[in-house]
Design a protein around this ligand. Sequence first.
Ligand code: M6R
Length: 362
Amino acid sequence: DKGGHKHYMAKEIAEQPTVLTNALGYYIKDGRIELPDPGLDFTQIDRLTMVACGTAFYACLTAKYWFEQIARLPVEIDVASEFRYREPPIAKGTAALFVSQSGETADTLAALRYCEGKADKIVSVVNVPESSIARESDLPLPILAGREIGVASTKAFTCQLTVLAILAVKAAQDRGELDADGVARALDAIKSVPAMMSQALALGEQSNAVSRKLAEARDILFLGRGPMYALAHEGALKLKEISYIHAEAYASGELKHGPIALVDEHVPVIVMAPRDALFDKTISNMQEVMARGGRVLLITDAQGAKEAGPGVWDTILMPEIDPFVAPILYAIPAQLLAYHTAVAKGTDVDQPRNLAKSVTVE
Ligand code: M6R
């Protein structure tokens, strides 16, 4: 049942405020973080190793910034297919964390099994509670996204981010990096996301309009800094999966180390720039692109658009949000751009060619 939507993907994008609210209710009770048994005490952990594939890996990449910045916890991340054969040493005091919507991805499961008996604790962030990855973890953390049918992962991604953000706050609290006020502020920011998402979804027509222009491009670049670099990857993956347009993500600061050579008036450059601590730097990279004739689609809030100045090709305006949780909110335009571009191109949105929902062979 597509609930009145043309595609499962559209339905699943629209469900995000509701499923996120469910996840928040499960993990935050009376203003306190509660993990299911046996819980996780971050005073016993010195480092975190996070492993996943595809979109779930980009959730890990985003969360690395959170764990390192707010909890000062060192984090290593890798894609599961590399991790499992790299056979990395796992130091004492390591928690290994696996993220998977299906809980059945072959490489992620093999990576988990590699960590058995080596990591102090095996944690998973999964959507399917009865899956192999959940069953083989010491602490399976459900994301409560409900069944996801579209091959392009949407609501699972933002629910993964939400659970990982809560876990990062828990780590910061346990490790004494955030006091009670700091924890309360961080949790308030996380709790503000569903309502902000509803606003961003209501502004979805902006993405629809610009997607008709993006549909004509052969290559598209996504730029961001910090956690927005992670989201740039997710935006590029979503776009290639369902619209078949070649898209790449770069850290804005890497632009002048090569990719800027690609820039001309035929390559749209999507700049993801909430007004965070790195905003000015991202905007200055954006101006370098424009100075070379690049067509920039800027995703920011109204004040950000004002500060960025004139000359951009197009803008998607977002509600103003606490920078900590901006990556969760900015997933919405990334998803909508991919969706509307694919619809404009007439591709099979829910069943893109060559892809399976669950990759159970390596
Ligand atoms: O079920 P999993 O989360 O382990 O799946 C991982 C990837 O196969 C998955 O995220 C894939 O990249 C999606 N099609 C992305 O939209």
